[in-house]
Ligand binder design. Structure first.
Ligand code: AHR
Length: 350
């Protein structure tokens, strides 16, 4: 008889525990996990942010923007994890967030592929995933809620159209543009869009693409890759860098090898083109004309992501893909505006 009462007691207790888990998603995170809670305020909306790394000034500005938006926001807590450029670290971070039962996962994915399983795990745990900056290539797009970031291919089209107009204005024949591409992290949305934009413009205009290699969006790799390209080719006159940190590295390599960096291609100068417009040194180079043109890439996504989450908290629907507006910078007066896909963009001084 006693045994029967004991069994009934345990049955009731486990049923109560189950009811509790289902209805208090926002308040009992520590109880649902064996992972340290890292100071999570269990009464707040908890956001786990998996940043891909700290490879560039753009990335650091993006991290700061996210931290500022969430640390200052009443009722929100941010759990930050740096993936150090490795997708495996980011996958581990997302799994940790799932174990911690955060309310939202924000992911800045290093590359596009390889996310299906872990995003399915987040879906199974009923945690919405918001992508920031780069995109993922998944078989089921409903695995993420929404995305905010740049149109990287449009950035590339703008810089390439600037180069096209510059060449026309200065009487430079398309076949005399000998371009090398210092690519970003291969397989990342930023690299895919910027490389594609260049190759399409080269095909359309008849430019010569001399070489392309991954420089990983870093200054150190930019310098190394540029130095090795200079050893392999003697006709490079345009260096298309897929971000400003690579451009700074490339300029250092060019100058160390005795080249003059500038826009006077017909008189032997080597032109550098770039993306971002957030690094102070790169902007100074642009003011001096050492970087001829920069396609802006805006990293300030913190408030954008936070307001998306606020909308989701209110049960509002938001657009799946959210592109930010971006400018194009050049200190040279040869091209004042460009038109891409029927849209006119003024060239702004850096
Ligand atoms: O995905 C955005 C790109 O990544 C930025 O252009 C670059 O600087 C960063 O590392």
């Amino acid at each position: 008889m006693m045994k029967k009462y004991k069994m009934l007691f345990w049955l009731l207790l486990s049923m109560l525990a189950l009811v509790g888990c289902g209805s208090r998603r926002h308040v009992e995170k520590e109880n649902t996990t064996n992972v340290p809670s890292e100071g999570i305020d269990s009464n707040s909306v908890v956001v786990g942010f998996s940043q891909l790394g700290a490879e560039s000034d753009w990335r650091n500005a993006n991290t700061e923007s996210m931290k500022e938006a969430f640390y200052a926001r009443h009722g929100y807590s941010l759990v930050f994890k740096d993936g150090q450029q490795k997708q495996s670290n980011q996958i581990t971070a997302v799994r940790t967030f799932i174990q911690q039962d955060v309310d939202y996962i924000v992911l800045a994915p290093v590359t596009e592929t390889g996310w299906d399983s872990v995003l399915q795990e987040a879906r199974d745990a009923d945690i919405p995933v918001i992508l920031v900056d780069r995109l993922v290539d998944v078989s089921d797009e409903s695995l993420y809620q929404c995305w905010v970031g740049s149109d990287f291919e449009l950035e590339a089209k703008k810089v390439c159209e600037w180069l096209n107009q510059y060449a026309i204005a200065n009487g430079i024949a398309p076949g005399d543009l000998h371009i090398v591409d210092l690519q970003g992290t291969l397989g990342s949305t930023a690299q895919i869009g910027r490389s594609r934009g260049l190759y399409e413009a080269a095909m359309e205009n008849g430019w010569d693409i001399v070489d392309a290699a991954e420089a990983d969006f870093t200054q150190a790799r930019g310098r190394e890759v540029m130095a090795s390209m200079l050893r392999a080719h003697d006709n490079i006159n345009v260096v298309y860098c897929e971000n400003d940190n690579e451009a700074i590295g490339a300029i250092k390599a060019l100058e160390a090898a005795g080249y003059t960096v500038g826009s006077d291609i017909l008189n032997g100068e080597v032109m550098v083109l770039s993306f971002d417009g957030i690094n102070k040194d790169a902007l100074d180079y642009a003011r001096q004309g050492k970087i001829a043109c920069i396609g802006e890439c805006n990293p300030m996504h913190g408030e954008r992501v936070a307001s998306m989450i606020e909308q989701l908290e209110k049960g509002e629907t938001i657009n799946k893909l959210n592109y930010v507006d971006e400018r194009i910078f050049s200190a040279l007066s040869d091209v004042t505006d460009i038109t891409v896909d029927g849209e006119k963009y003024s060239v702004t001084s850096p």
